[in-house]
Structure formats: structure tokens, C-alpha cells
Design a protein around this ligand. Structure first.
Ligand code: BG6
Length: 504
């Protein structure tokens, strides 16, 4: 009974995340019959409204944001599962009423059903919400005979290591780690999940995945969008906290970790943590040589005029917040000693692309060592044009022996079709079935902050270098990698791009 049904409560149910992502994801799950008969959604927010009002708005959001065609019958079925409850998140006395409300909805037949609490609320409210969930008896560490409860939330997970620890203490004083689902939506991307298979299910790649054969690795998370309507949040966060601390550190951990002994959630997490712990510390004096912060000035992005970051709404005119960050990291273990990892992320860059590029060493032996062929590369395209390109050398036709680089492409969509689940469809499903694989454990978050904290400190009073919107970032970031005799690999449309729909 407990694993079959669930009461899913969303704190922050009138926000953007709920409307754009969570409700459409539930629609998809309803369509796929992944929701059990007694599954109910309790939508909680501060605004006063009835369940009827909320249901109308929810239906509109689903019609607007669903990635699949909406059929009225399925929509009605989902909408009938949704209830609205008004709550002041900060008023401790309100939680008793929430408990009664959830009790009524659960009814007798679902009084011991599992309860999931999705906290789509600002981080400063999370401690108070979890404390009240415990005190009202709605949730807590698992005890026999009581409903099992789970808690889910998004980043920002703290502002630095210290605040992240405090937030985590607040959560783990109410829930055990096995009840906690920390979301990093990058983990739900198909090509990210594919990294395990690519690395450990292929005898042609695995033996070469180390310092003997790899010259360096690049990770790029580039966006063409600016901060849009999120100036208020972003100006207090910046690219380091917004993307490097979480998405890039997760990608790096998956690329660099040693082979897990078995395919289990905890073993994969253990190996990721080991990799993160091996990232060497930074020498404060030397940070300027291995890291660059940038901020976009006006320019053109995706063919349209783009304003400077400092002119964006809710952003301070004299803002020192970085919208771009590039960094060279070293991983101090026997697998990666002396193999640099170059990572970069930015907004308002030339193209949207998340790519991991493995750059192999020069051919330094045998017949062609003098002909200086291009380095072999493996480009793992996380998005868009999901897939993998292997770049290698081949003879150009003709009677001279000329060598040039050619590509061998794996197009994920051509092979498997366009229907990979959207991140939240996958994450919500996983929480229902209790699979924590795609969620981050506390020590992953903690060790990522350990890397980021000194960088935040070092750049605290430094104005980022300006770069023009629509370019690849500040020239100092090119210099960072060029000083080592290397170059950023510019993301390119793969040969199969034209075959795919216009959605990319
Ligand atoms: C989010 C960041 O976590 O990731 C955003 O807060 C960023 O600023 C987004 O735009 C990028 O995600 P995706 O899936 O579009 O690459």
C-alpha cells in the first residue's frame, strides 16, 4: 500500500517552476499511466484561492507548457487529483491546518500513503518549512507504522559552504538521507546518464580514459539567453553558484570518477564524491591565472539586439556579478595527474551548447608522428543535437598522402527517436519509485562547495571582464587556455543537425 499511492505536496504552487515544469510533467505521467489511482497533488501557496480557481489555472498552464499534445480526457483526470491549500510558510500555526487538509484528502484508504513534499520555495524558507513539517507530524524520519515521507528541492543549495551546511542540517534534522531528493536537472539529461554507459560499457573507450591517452578535457555550458526576468536572483548568485557549483561539478564528477564497483546508487555517488574530493585546492595568489570572470555588455544575441547585463531589470548598475566563468582544474589522483580540465559557462554567448570534449594526446609515435595530424577528440554533445562525435584522422583521396580529420557521429535522436522524457518527468517519476540515482547526495554538494568557496572569496571585490553579448566570452578566457598551448573547442552543428526538427 505504502509504495503504491502517494500524496504529493508542492510548496510554492503558484510559481513559475510549478506552472512551467511540474504540472506539465504530471500531465505526461498521467498520460503514461504512471500515477496510481489514489495519487493526489496538494498545491500550497500564500495566495488565497479555491481549489476550483487553482484547477482552472493549472489546466491553462498545462495547455500552454506541455511538450505533448493535451487531450481533454487525460487533463480532466489529472485536474481532479489536484487540491489547493493556502498557507503562510512562515506562520507556524498554519501547519496544523495543512495537516488536517492533507488528512482529509488522504481519507481512510490513504492515511498511511507515502507523502512527498516538493519545496519549490526560496531557500531561506526551507528550514522553517521542514521544521514545521516535523512539528505538525506531517513528516519526519521514518518510523514503522507511520507514512513514509520524502522531501525534494532545487538549488540554490546555500550561498556558500557554510550556509549550505546550515541548510542541510535543517533538512537532515527532519529527514534521513534516504528520504532527501536534491535536484540537479542536468543529471536527468539523457546524454549525462549516458556517460556511465559510454565510459564503462565500451572496451574501445574505457582503456583510453586516463592520463596516458588524454591530453585534457573541456566542459562547456554555454547559453545564448541573458538573465531575463531573473535579475534579482541572478545578481546575488552569478555563474559560479548558478551553474559551476552544481551542473558543471556533476558533469566533471561523472567524467572523472573511477569505475564504480557496481551499478548501485550509493556506489556511483561514492565514486563521484571521491573525484570531487581529488580536485586540488587553489593557491589564492594564483587564482587569477586559472580562473576568469566575465560579464556581458550589450551586443547581439541570436540575431537580436541584446542589452548589457548591468542594464537588465533588477540588476544593480554597478553589479560585480559574473555572467561568465572559466576555470582550469586539476584532479590529483593517479588517473588524472597533470591532465587539466578546462570548464566554462556563460550567458549571452554565441551559441547554446553543453558539450564535454575529450582531447586525446598527439600521435607521438610511428609513421605519422611528423605529419602532425589533428588530435583525436570525442565530443559529447549533451544539448542541443544530443549525441557523440568522434574526430579522427583519415587519408584525403588523391595520389598524395594527405591526412585530415573526419567525424563519426552518433545522433541520439536519429537512433532512439525524439521522445526522451523531459528532466522533470524523469525526476518526478524517480521520486515516486524511490530511485535516488539522479539526485545528489549531501557530500557531493559539500565537496562541490569546497571547490567553489575559495573562488568566490578570491573574486569578491573584482569587477568581471566585460565581453560583448553574442561572443564566446572575454578574451582573458582564451588567454587562460592558450597560455597552456591549447584552444577552446568551439561547439559546432554536427552533420546530422539538418535531419532533426526545427526545435533545436
Ligand atoms: C539552471 C540555471 O540551473 O540551469 C539557469 O539556474 C540556466 O540560469 C539553466 O539557464 C540551464 O539549464 P538548461 O537545461 O537550459 O541547460
Amino acid at each position: 500500500m505504502e509504495d503504491e499511492h502517494c500524496i504529493f505536496s508542492i510548496f510554492g504552487a503558484t510559481g513559475d517552476l510549478t506552472n512551467r515544469k511540474l504540472l506539465p510533467a504530471f500531465y505526461f505521467m498521467e498520460q503514461e499511466r504512471q500515477l496510481k489511482e489514489k495519487f493526489r497533488i496538494v498545491c500550497i501557496a500564500r495566495k488565497k484561492k479555491t481549489s476550483e480557481d487553482y484547477r482552472k489555472e493549472a489546466a491553462d498552464s498545462i495547455k500552454k507548457f506541455s511538450r505533448v499534445k493535451v487531450s481533454q480526457g487525460i487533463l480532466d483526470k489529472l485536474i481532479n487529483r489536484i487540491y489547493y491549500h493556502q498557507l503562510d510558510f512562515l506562520d507556524d500555526n498554519d501547519y496544523g491546518k495543512l495537516k488536517d487538509f492533507i488528512g482529509q484528502i488522504s481519507g481512510k484508504e490513504c492515511s498511511d500513503c507515502e507523502r512527498v513534499f516538493y519545496l519549490a520555495a526560496p531557500p531561506q524558507l526551507i528550514g522553517n518549512i521542514t521544521k514545521n513539517l516535523k512539528e505538525s507530524g506531517l513528516a519526519g524520519k521514518h518510523e514503522l507504522g507511520k507514512p513514509f515521507s520524502k522531501v525534494m528541492f532545487e538549488k540554490p543549495f546555500g550561498h556558500n559552504l557554510d550556509s549550505a551546511r546550515k541548510l542541510n542540517n535543517a533538512i537532515t534534522s527532519v529527514f534521513d538521507e534516504k528520504q532527501v531528493y536534491r535536484i540537479d536537472h542536468y543529471m536527468a539529461k539523457e546524454l549525462v546518464q549516458n556517460l556511465l554507459a559510454l565510459r564503462f560499457a565500451n572496451s574501445i573507450f574505457e582503456p583510453l580514459w586516463n592520463r596516458e591517452y588524454i591530453d585534457h578535457i573541456q566542459i562547456t555550458v554555454a547559453e545564448t539567453l541573458g538573465v531575463g526576468g531573473r535579475g534579482d536572483y541572478y545578481d546575488n548568485a552569478g555563474a559560479l553558484r548558478d551553474v559551476v557549483q552544481n551542473h558543471i561539478m556533476q558533469l566533471l564528477a561523472l567524467v572523472a570518477m573511477a569505475e564504480p564497483k557496481k551499478l548501485s546508487v550509493e556506489e556511483v555517488r561514492n565514486q563521484k564524491v571521491k573525484a570531487l574530493k581529488s580536485i586540488s585546492g587553489f593557491n589564492k595568489m594564483g587564482i587569477g591565472k586559472i580562473a576568469v570572470e566575465g560579464q556581458y555588455s550589450g551586443g547581439e544575441a541570436s540575431g537580436k539586439k541584446a542589452i548589457a547585463y548591468a542594464d537588465e531589470p533588477e540588476v544593480s548598475k554597478s553589479s560585480k556579478t559574473e555572467t561568465y566563468f572559466a576555470l582550469r582544474l586539476q584532479i590529483d589522483n593517479s588517473l588524472w595527474k597533470n591532465v587539466p580540465f578546462y570548464v566554462r559557462t556563460g550567458k549571452r554567448l554565441k551559441d547554446k551548447a553543453t558539450e564535454i570534449v575529450i582531447v586525446y594526446k598527439d600521435v607521438h609515435f610511428g609513421l605519422f608522428s611528423k605529419l602532425a595530424p589533428q588530435r583525436n577528440m570525442m565530443k559529447i554533445r549533451v544539448q542541443p543535437y544530443e549525441g557523440i562525435t568522434l574526430q579522427f584522422n583519415a587519408k584525403v583521396p588523391g595520389n598524395k598522402f594527405i591526412i585530415d580529420d573526419v567525424n563519426m557521429d552518433f545522433c541520439h535522436e536519429c537512433q532512439f527517436g525524439p521522445n526522451s522524457p523531459e528532466a522533470y518527468e524523469r525526476l518526478l517519476y524517480d521520486v515516486l519509485i524511490g530511485d535516488q540515482t539522479l539526485f545528489t547526495r549531501w557530500d557531493e554538494v559539500e565537496n562541490a562547495w569546497r571547490v567553489i568557496d575559495p573562488l568566490i572569496e578570491a573574486f569578491k571585490n573584482i569587477k568581471p571582464k566585460l565581453y560583448q553579448a553574442g561572443t564566446w566570452g572575454p578574451k582573458e578566457a582564451d588567454e587562460l587556455i592558450e597560455r597552456d598551448g591549447r584552444k577552446w573547442v568551439e561547439p559546432k552543428r554536427p552533420s546530422y543537425a539538418d535531419q532533426l526538427g526545427k526545435s533545436k
